[in-house]
Design a protein around this ligand. Structure first.
Ligand code: AMP
Ligand code: GLY
Length: 432
């Protein structure tokens, strides 16, 4: 098999998550060469970036063959749902990420709710509808707040927490009648509102064996104190003690293990990242959602938490020979502070020149997201979450102090960021 020698890797994607995966490849003794498609301005400084439509699996396979790639790491969910891993594996190219059957855990919330109920995994009570009138009739009977979700992929925007019945009706009409998410709103899930604190649980899964990375938390709202509009994530940190030792035991026994057994029972050989979004509630952990890829920005704080080579783990999982018991984690805490473009998460400014510090202190790194490298060599803004400052420390307080010492040295027009990343944990740690 090609992977007996060193790896010639192709990473699919263009965000901060993929930049952190690239950095992991560049550090890995397993990797001889790494390319990225399509990549971003920061990745272009470190590796060859190639143009390809990552959602076109045939085009990806053609690129893989043309470049001599022998291992593919898939960053985002859309190519996974489109079956890129099926196409690559069927052509003899190992790839990290689930096949399309497993990717349905993210691509269809209706499928996921059915899966959770059948396997008796704790989650919000819900009902699924494929027609507007019965959905409207049902929602009018429900207590408030009530959660309305487009079943299909909607780039993280398909969830409305309605505080009034009028808002719930408007959301249903927007999804099912006006089709603001296209076919992703053909089915909707109407779900009980769960009270609690969220955590991101990232698993690296190989069938029934799995590695649980340190529980993390991201900060979805644009404003400090978790206010304002939802974003892709303005920052993250790990580990979080919102999941206590007892909470972790229940998480493994009541959620993770039944999920992996359920996948196997349903004939799905799941290999890749499984992101379990949980709500820590007064009655225990409950599933909010599954994603079938690393979180962004969670990935950026989790890659540095691995002492064991992450690429070796991904390769072993892709080849079905992974043993979680052999993995070593690094002690300490990691944080990322995201610097966003002017206007984000609304209409954003693009094309602003970015100036970066020439030297970084110990334990600090910069990960690019929405950036582009011009032919002149200048790096400019090109997306909402422009870049992130990642810092590691013995404690979260130390990591945060390191990250926030670098943030003011980065400049671009319109730049904004949250000054309170990690605040819930810093309070729990008694340092805020
Ligand atoms: P999702 O795309 O399903 O993760 O939903 C996006 C966000 O909406 C989640 O991260 C939660 O903050 C929130 N959310 C989703 N479902 C619920 C629920 N049933 N109860 C409370 N909050 C929810
Ligand atoms: N940070 C949340 C996500 O990646 O979905």
């Amino acid at each position: 098999m090609a992977t007996q020698g060193k790896l010639d890797v192709l990473i699919l994607g263009s965000g901060g998550r993929e930049h952190s995966l690239l950095k992991a490849c560049l550090r890995s003794p397993r990797v001889a060469h790494v390319r990225v498609a399509p990549g971003n301005g920061g990745m272009a400084l470190e590796a060859e970036c190639l143009e390809v439509d990552v959602n076109n699996s045939a085009a990806v396979l053609e690129l893989v063959r043309r470049t001599g790639t022998n291992f593919v790491i898939v960053g985002p969910e859309v190519p996974l749902a489109a079956g890129v891993v099926d196409v690559l594996e069927d052509a003899g190219i190992p790839a990290y990420g689930p096949r399309a059957a497993g990717a349905r855990l993210e691509a269809s919330k209706a499928f996921t709710k059915d899966f959770l109920f059948r396997h008796k995994i704790p989650t919000a009570a819900s009902a699924t509808f494929a027609a507007l009138e019965p959905a409207l009739a049902y929602v009018r009977q429900q207590p408030l707040p009530i959660v309305i979700k487009a079943s299909g992929l909607a780039a993280g925007k398909g969830v409305v927490i309605a505080l009034t019945h009028a808002e719930a009706e408007a959301a249903l009409r927007a999804m099912m009648e006006a089709k603001i998410f296209g076919a992703s709103g053909d089915e909707v899930v109407i779900e009980e509102f769960m009270q609690g604190e969220e955590a991101s649980i990232m698993l690296m899964v190989c069938g029934e064996d799995y590695l649980m990375l340190p529980p993390s938390q991201d900060h979805k709202r644009v404003g400090e104190g978790d206010t304002g509009l939802n974003t892709g994530g303005m920052g993250a940190y790990a580990p979080t003690t919102v999941v206590t030792a007892e909470g972790e035991r229940r998480l493994r026994e009541e959620i993770i293990e039944p999920t992996l057994r359920g996948l196997k029972a349903d004939g799905i050989d799941y290999r890749g990242t499984l992101y379990v979004g949980i709500m820590v509630t007064s009655i225990g952990p409950r599933v909010v959602e599954f994603n079938v890829r690393f979180g962004d920005p969670e990935c950026q704080v989790l890659m540095p938490s691995l002492e064991t080579d992450p690429v070796q783990i991904m390769e072993d999982i892709a080849l079905g020979r992974f043993k979680a018991s052999a993995v070593k984690l690094r002690p300490g805490a990691t944080i990322i502070v995201v610097l966003a473009a002017g206007g984000y998460p609304g209409e954003i400014r693009k094309g602003d020149v970015i100036s970066l510090p020439t030297q970084l202190p110990e334990g600090v790194d910069i990960v690019h997201g929405g950036t582009k490298r011009l032919p002149s060599g200048q790096v400019v803004t090109s997306g909402g979450r422009v870049l992130g400052v990642v810092a590691h420390g013995k404690t979260l307080a130390e990591a945060a102090q390191r990250a926030y010492s670098v943030v003011p040295q980065i400049h671009f027009e319109g730049c904004h960021y949250r000054r309170d990343i990690g605040y819930r944990q810093l309070r729990r740690d008694g340092v805020l």
